[in-house]
Design a protein around this ligand. Structure first.
Ligand code: ADP
Ligand code: MG
Ligand code: ZN
Length: 483
């Protein structure tokens, strides 16, 4: 990308709150229930049915605000956002515009070892629309029929609106992951993007670095079902905007849709077609007026947040910052790590096993840490076998993988697979002599001063012993024999 320009990105994130019931009625929010079984007169908008605010939802929304350093307002109101669409039986969404629950916060992100603050403009509450299922290709206008599942209608959402403080897709990625991590830590949402619990909209414009008067009107990109898609869409837009600036063209402010298949975006509607939502205060709901005491109580109830935890991992366990970040982004992984350290007190080694081995194994098996068969106790058991020289670190990898697959303890695996380390010097001497005999050339090279062939010879001995020879002994004996 040309050096003359800089990218400006602001993100809106919708998150479904993990309350048991909907925002304005008692219907269940359970995911995956049979269609249209979690509905009532309120969320189906029967005439005369009145909404009542779910206090838990306000609590979760306020906690999200506090965790992102916002001011939680002592007075906020719901408003009607009017538009017609089949997923909206009331004909309006209940949202917040002029007086949102929380304002003026920030989160801290890390990119390339640098910490940056991203402003949070506001976090407001609203109810989710129902889910449309289109039969046929594409959107509603191309479908031969469309069905509505009202189970999702009325589920509580928060919308987190950032300031346009991000200047690269990497920063946007870090921001989305940070927000997700914080919300998972405070337990207000699982943020499972595959279940639509977290949805991203990205706003982007490009401007000249030396002269901020030259810039493109922003596009807002919808339909981003993953952080990866958001990055691809923004990359595409940055190129489009930069080209326009370069050619002296103006771009209309517009809403665009990401096309996953083509890896591009296309216009959905321009500013002229922008909806006039005719917002007005919701007459059926009282304002939200949380007391200062309640807000302070919520603030005090917040757990250690990812940023603090990461810093503690560096301090307390002596981990490199990058490892601490990798371990703490996912709360469950961080908990697992600390349990492993409790079971076997070697923080650095535990971190290495998790970040190098476990992550790869889980990735291949498409597993999450919840499903991990290697309990902290099993891990400790394996570490003790390394400690007392029953197995080498190399064999431990085999044991670890087997524990991962079967959940058996290390001792059983070592016994069943005959993996006990060879520490009998006579036995190693035999293998060493055999390898020396079979490799006259490297041996000759070594004697002539090319000590690099030592590594090769050690490797051959380890291979001949099927990885079971004690590596220190192999080194020692080889050195003696080559003298
Ligand atoms: P809307 O209601 O149309 O979505 P908002 O004023 O609420 O408009 O802003 C939405 C998002 O757009 C915010 O996240 C904000 O940071 C971002 N934004 C505003 N101006 C720009 C810009 N010039 N470039 C990129 N993003 C921007
Ligand atoms: Mg918007
Ligand atoms: Zn209902």
């Amino acid at each position: 990308m040309l050096d003359k320009y800089e990218t400006v990105i602001g993100v809106e994130i919708h998150v479904e709150l993990g309350t048991k019931t909907k925002l304005f009625c008692g219907c269940s929010t359970d995911f995956g229930a049979e269609v249209n079984t979690q509905t009532c007169p309120v969320c189906l908008a029967m005439p005369g049915a009145l909404p009542v605010v779910n206090k838990k939802a306000v609590e979760y929304a306020a906690k999200a605000g506090l965790a992102m350093n916002c001011h939680v307002n002592e007075h906020s109101i719901f408003e009607r956002k009017n538009y017609f669409y089949p997923d909206l039986p009331k004909g309006y969404q209940i949202s917040q515009l002029r007086q949102p629950l929380s304002t003026n916060g920030y989160v801290e992100i890390d990119v390339d070892g640098k910490t940056k603050r991203i402003g949070i403009r506001r976090i407001h509450m609203e109810d989710d629309a129902a889910k449309l299922v289109h039969a046929g290709e594409g959107e509603i206008d191309e479908a031969f029929n469309s069905a509505v599942d009202f189970n999702r209608g009325g589920v509580p959402l928060i919308e987190i609106v950032s300031e346009p403080d991000m200047s690269s897709v990497e920063e946007m990625k870090a921001y989305c992951e940070t927000v997700k991590s914080i919300l998972q830590y405070i337990g207000v949402s699982d943020c499972d993007m595959e279940k639509g619990q977290m949805r991203i909209e990205a706003n982007i414009s490009v401007r000249r670095k030396d002269d901020h008067n030259f810039w493109t009107d922003r596009s807002e990109i919808k339909n981003l079902n993953s952080v990866r898609y958001a990055m691809r869409a923004v990359e595409y837009e940055v190129e489009r905007h930069t080209k326009a600036l370069e050619e002296g063209k103006t771009l209309a402010m517009e809403t665009r849709l990401f096309d996953v298949g083509r890896n591009t975006t296309r216009a959905m509607r321009g500013k002229e077609e922008a909806h006039d939502y005719r917002y007005f205060p919701e007459p059926d709901l009282v304002p939200i007026e949380p007391s200062r005491e309640w807000i302070e109580e919520l603030r005090n109830s917040l757990p250690e947040l990812p940023y603090a935890r990461r810093m503690r991992f560096v301090e307390e366990y002596g981990l490199p910052l990058q490892d601490a970040i990798s371990l703490t982004t996912d709360k469950k992984l961080a908990d697992y790590y600390e349990d492993c350290v409790k079971a076997y007190n070697d923080p650095k080694t535990a971190s290495n096993w998790i970040l190098n081995e476990l992550m790869a194994l889980m990735g291949n098996a498409k597993q999450t840490i919840d499903e991990c068969k290697i309990t902290p106790e099993l891990f400790a058991g394996m570490m003790k076998l390394i400690e007392n020289n029953t197995i080498s670190g190399k064999i431990a990898k085999t044991v670890y993988e087997e524990m991962f697959n079967t959940g058996k303890d290390a001792e059983t695996i070592v016994r069943e697979k005959g993996l006990v380390q060879i520490t009998d010097e006579d036995e190693i001497v035999k293998i060493v002599e055999q390898i020396i005999a079979e490799n006259p050339k490297p041996v000759q090279d070594y004697k002539e001063g090319n000590t690099r062939t030592m590594g090769f010879l050690v490797g051959q001995v380890m291979k001949a012993s099927k990885g079971k020879a004690n590596p220190q002994l192999v080194n020692k004996i080889l050195l003696e024999k080559l003298k």
